[in-house]
Write a protein that binds this ligand. Structure first.
Ligand code: CA
Length: 226
C-alpha cells in the first residue's frame, strides 16, 4: 500500500520539489498551502503522515498540530525556519513526531519521513488477552471485531490497560487523559468509563475489563477470578 503524505507548505516551489522527491521514493504526495484548509482535509482524507510548516497563511502549524491531535495520531513532522524555535516547540509538547529545520534538503525530509513511518507502522503488540490498541486510529481490535473510541476513551483505556490490576483514582486518570490542566468532575470520568465499557463489550463479550473499586477508582483486569 502506498503511504500518502500531506505536505503543508506555503512556498509552492518548495512544496512541489518535496512532492517530486516523495513521489520518487514511492509515496503519494498532496500539497496544501493555506493553514485554514488543513484540518478539514486531514479529517476527510486521513493521510499517513503530515509534513507541517510552522508559518503559514491562515492558521499556523502550532494550532493545526493541536487540532489534529484532538482526533488523530497521524505522524506529524514539523518544519520551522528557525533552529532555536525547535526547543520552544519541544517544550510545548504538541505531539509532533519529529522536527526539521528549514532550509532543508528534500532528501533529508524523505529520510525523516521513512524513519517516522517505520516507527508508526510498527504493529502494536497485542495484550495478554489478544486485544490490539491501534493508537493511530484510536481503535481497539480483538478476534471478535473492532471498535472505534474517542480520544479520551482511548487514552483512558490505554492508561488502565498498561498496568493490569493497578487501581487508578479518578484524579490519576484525569491526569493521564487530559493534556491541559482542565478541571473535570469525578462524574465526567465515570461517564467516560460507562461509554468505554459499552464499546469494549462489543469486542470483548467475555466479561468486564474495567472494574470499579468502591471508594477508590478503577482497575483493568481481563479475568479477575484468576
Ligand atoms: Ca511558511
Amino acid at each position: 500500500m502506498t503511504a500518502r503524505i500531506l505536505i503543508v507548505e506555503d512556498e509552492a516551489r518548495l512544496a512541489g520539489l518535496l512532492a517530486d522527491y516523495l513521489a520518487a521514493a514511492g509515496y503519494a504526495a498532496d500539497c496544501l498551502g493555506d493553514g485554514d484548509t488543513v484540518v478539514p482535509w486531514v479529517r476527510a482524507n486521513a493521510p499517513d503522515l503530515i509534513v507541517l510548516d510552522l508559518m503559514l497563511p491562515g492558521r499556523d502549524g502550532l494550532e493545526i498540530c493541536r487540532e489534529i491531535r484532538a482526533f488523530s495520531r497521524v505522524p506529524i513532522i514539523m518544519a520551522t525556519a528557525r533552529a532555536e524555535e525547535i526547543d520552544r516547540l519541544l517544550g510545548l509538547e504538541l505531539g509532533a513526531d519529529d522536527y526539521i529545520c528549514k532550509p532543508y534538503s528534500p532528501r533529508e525530509v524523505v529520510a525523516r519521513v521513512k524513519a517516522v513511518l517505520r516507527r508508526s507502522l510498527a504493529v502494536p503488540a497485542p495484550t495478554a488477552e489478544g486485544l490490539v490498541l491501534d493508537t493511530a486510529g484510536f481503535r481497539v481490535r480483538s478476534p471478535h471485531g473492532e471498535v472505534e473510541l474517542t480520544a479520551v476513551e482511548f487514552h483512558l483505556f490505554a492508561a488502565l490497560q498498561r498496568e493490569p490490576g493497578r487501581i487508578f483514582s479518578r484524579a490519576q486518570l484525569m491526569d493521564r487523559i487530559y493534556d491541559d490542566q482542565r478541571v473535570v468532575s469525578d462524574r465526567t470520568i465515570d461517564s467516560h468509563v460507562k461509554k468505554l465499557r459499552k464499546k469494549l463489550a462489543e469486542v470483548w463479550p467475555e466479561g468486564e475489563l474495567i472494574h470499579s473499586v468502591y471508594g477508590a477508582g478503577y482497575r483493568y483486569e481481563a479475568d479477575p477470578a484468576k
